[in-house]
Design a protein around this ligand. Structure first.
Ligand code: N01
Length: 533
C-alpha cells in the first residue's frame, strides 16, 4: 500500500498557467481535485526558465488571463514585454488570489499513471510515494518543459559548471570573470547572450543554425496604453482571439503581397515593422508565411539588418540564416546581434564540425579544444511530447502512450488520444498550443475540458475517449494545415527535428480561430468524435 492514498475526481499535473486555471475551474464545480507539480512553486515555464534576459515575446497586456475581469484590472504590468520575474510574480498572485496553493502537491513528479477499466479511473503514482485514484487525469505539463541536453560524449568528465536555460538555478548565476560557453542560438540563447556577455570575461557562442531575430523594441509600458486597453479589455481580447495566433489585433496585419509592392514601398513597410518590433514583423505582408518568394524578400531584409549591425563581415555572414523566415520560431531580442561587436564575444560555427565531446576543461569541435569555467546549454526542449511521455502513462489494454506515439503523437483535437479514456491534454500536440498565445490557449482548453466533465456528470456517464476514426481524420487535418504553410521546410522543434531519433511529425495545429470554431461545433453537436461509456 502506498504511503498516501487518495480517491479524487481529478488529478491535474503541472501548476503552470494551464494547470492553475484547470484547478480553479474544477474546484469551482465542486470536484475534488489535486494538483501535482514537480517544482517547489507555481509558474511552470516561468518557474524554471530564470536565465538572464528571459521575458515573454507576447506583449504583457495580451499575455495574461482573461477569465477574471477583476484580475485583469488590478494587475499592473511594467514593461511592454514582461520579464520572467514579473510573470512569475503574476502566477503567484493568481495562486494566492484564487486560493490554489493548498490543492497542489509541490516537489512531486508523476512517475506512473495507469488506466483501470474496472473502476473507470486512473491510478497515479508519484515520486513522493502518493497513490491517487482519480476519474480524470489532466496533463497540464507544458509544451516546452522537458529539457533537451545533447548527449555529448564526455559530459560527465567536464569539471566546470553546466546549466540548462530551462532549469536555471533560482538564486541566479554570477558569471563575472568567467570564460563561458553558450551552446545554441534559439530564443533562450538570443535572450540570454547579451546579458551573459556583459558579465562574463569571455563568451563563446557555439552556433549550429543561425536564427532570424527581430528587435523586441521593449521598454516601459506606457500607462496610458495600459489604461486604454483596460477600459476595453473584453473587446481587445475578442479581437485578439480572432487573430491567427491569438494576439496582435491592435497592429495592422496586412493582407497584400510582398511581391506586388515596389522595392521602395516594400523596404519602408519592412522597416516600419522592424521598428515596431517582435513577431508582428511576419504581418508586414500577407504572404510572408505562405509564399517562398515573399518570404525570401523578408529574409533578405533581415539579413541586410544583420550585416548593418554586426561590424565584422565574417561574423555577420555566419549569423545570417539562409532558411525560411519564421519556419523555426522567430525570435525577438534586445541587442542580440550587436553583442557580437563586443571584444569579449566570439562565435564558433559548428554546422559542419559538430561538437565532438566534452573534456575535463571544456569542449572539442573541429579538432580544437575550447576551455570554459561554465557551459550554458541553450539547447531547447523535447517539445510537446517529452513531458507527457516521461510520466509513464498506460491506457487501455496495457498500451503505453510511448508505444501508441512511437511514430509520432496522434490526438483528437489535441485534447485526447484514443485508448486513453478520461485523459486530457492541455495544449497537446494537434492543438494550436505553441503557435498561439499560450495563456489564451490554456484558458480555452481548460474551459472546454471543464464543460465536458460537467456534461458527463450531468449525463451520468463515467467515460469519454477519442474515437479512432475521428483521431485519424484530425491527424490528417493537422498535417494538411501545416502543409499549406512554409513550416515543414526546416528542421524545427515543431517537427521534433531537434531531438535525435524523434519521429518527424508537425505537431501544432495552425490557426487559432478555426480551431476554436471547430471545438465550438464539436461541443454544440453533442461532442462528435468522442465515444462515451
Ligand atoms: O530552444 P531551441 P530554445 N549542438 O530549440 C541548438 C520558447 N521560448 O530554448 O537549430 C549544437 O529553439 C539548436 O541548433 P539547431 C520558444 O517557443 C520562448 O531557445 O537545432 N547546437 C538551437 O540553436 C522557443 O522556440 C521564449 O541546429 C545544438 C538551440 O540549440 C522555444 O521555447 C523564450 C545542439 C536550441 O534552440 C525553445 O527555445 C525562450 C547540438 N547538439 C524560449 N542541439 C519567449 O517567449 C541543439 N542545439 C521569450
Amino acid at each position: 500500500m502506498a504511503d498516501k492514498f487518495e480517491q479524487l475526481d481529478a488529478v491535474v499535473v503541472g501548476a503552470g498557467f494551464g494547470g492553475m486555471y484547470m484547478l480553479h475551474l474544477l474546484g469551482r464545480m465542486g470536484l475534488s481535485v489535486r494538483g501535482i507539480e514537480r517544482g517547489s512553486d507555481v509558474g511552470g515555464t516561468w518557474f524554471w526558465n530564470r536565465y538572464p534576459g528571459c521575458r515573454c515575446d507576447v506583449e504583457s497586456m495580451e499575455y495574461s488571463y482573461q477569465f477574471s475581469s477583476e484580475l485583469e484590472q488590478e494587475w499592473e504590468w511594467t514593461e511592454r514585454y514582461s520579464a520572467q520575474p514579473e510573470i512569475l510574480a503574476y502566477a503567484n498572485h493568481v495562486a494566492d488570489r484564487f486560493g490554489l496553493r493548498d490543492s497542489i502537491r509541490f516537489n512531486t513528479e508523476v512517475t506512473g499513471a495507469t488506466w483501470r477499466s474496472e473502476g473507470s479511473a486512473w491510478r497515479v503514482q508519484t515520486s513522493q510515494g502518493d497513490e491517487i485514484e482519480a476519474r480524470f487525469l489532466i496533463m497540464a505539463t507544458g509544451c516546452l518543459s522537458a529539457a533537451n541536453v545533447p548527449d555529448f560524449p564526455g559530459r560527465d568528465q567536464y569539471q566546470g559548471n553546466t546549466y540548462h536555460t530551462g532549469a536555471w538555478p533560482p538564486e541566479g548565476i554570477d558569471f563575472t570573470g568567467q570564460r563561458v560557453a553558450v551552446i545554441g542560438t534559439g530564443s533562450s540563447a538570443i535572450q540570454s547572450i547579451p546579458l551573459i556577455a556583459q558579465q562574463a570575461a569571455d563568451l563563446t557562442v557555439f552556433q549550429r543554425t543561425p536564427n532570424y531575430s527581430i528587435p523586441a523594441q521593449n521598454g516601459p509600458l506606457d500607462p496610458q496604453v495600459a489604461a486604454r486597453i483596460k477600459q476595453n479589455y473584453a473587446d481587445v481580447r475578442a479581437r485578439n482571439r480572432a487573430q491567427p495566433a491569438a494576439f496582435g489585433a491592435d497592429y495592422p496585419r496586412n493582407t497584400d503581397s510582398a511581391l506586388d509592392a515596389t522595392p521602395q514601398a516594400r523596404k519602408e513597410r519592412f522597416e516600419a515593422y522592424w521598428q515596431h518590433g517582435g513577431f508582428m514583423f511576419l504581418a508586414a505582408f500577407g504572404d510572408i508565411a505562405m509564399n517562398m518568394e515573399a518570404n525570401a524578400l523578408a529574409a533578405d531584409f533581415v539579413r541586410g539588418k544583420i550585416r548593418e549591425i554586426v561590424k565584422d563581415p565574417d561574423t555577420a555572414e555566419l549569423l545570417c540564416p539562409d532558411t525560411v523566415l519564421g519556419c523555426k520560431r522567430l525570435c525577438a531580442d534586445t541587442g542580440y546581434f550587436a553583442t557580437y561587436n563586443r571584444p569579449n564575444v566570439h562565435l564558433v560555427d559548428v554546422s559542419e564540425h559538430p561538437i565532438e565531446r566534452l573534456t575535463k576543461e571544456g569542449l572539442v569541435t573541429n579538432g580544437q579544444e575550447y576551455q570554459f569555467d561554465s557551459i550554458v546549454f541553450a539547447t531547447g526542449f523535447d517539445a510537446m511530447t517529452g513531458a507527457l511521455l516521461r510520466c509513464n502513462i498506460v491506457g487501455q489494454a496495457g498500451m503505453s502512450l510511448k508505444e501508441k506515439w512511437s511514430a509520432g503523437p496522434r490526438t483528437y483535437l489535441g485534447l485526447m488520444t484514443e485508448g486513453f479514456p478520461n485523459l486530457f491534454m492541455m495544449t497537446g500536440p494537434g492543438s494550436p498550443s505553441v503557435l498561439a498565445n499560450m495563456i489564451t490557449g490554456v484558458e480555452h482548453h481548460a474551459e472546454f475540458i471543464a464543460r465536458l466533465i460537467g456534461w458527463l456528470d450531468e449525463q451520468g456517464l463515467a467515460q469519454v475517449a477519442a474515437d479512432r476514426s475521428a483521431e485519424d481524420q484530425w491527424v490528417d487535418v493537422v498535417n494538411l494545415r501545416a502543409g499549406a504553410t512554409l513550416y515543414p521546410n526546416c528542421n524545427s522543434w515543431y517537427l521534433g527535428a531537434n531531438v535525435p531519433g524523434k519521429p518527424r511529425v508537425f505537431m501544432p495545429y495552425v490557426g487559432f480561430p478555426d480551431y476554436v470554431a471547430t471545438l465550438k461545433t464539436v461541443e454544440e453537436t453533442g461532442y462528435q468524435g468522442f465515444a462515451f461509456a
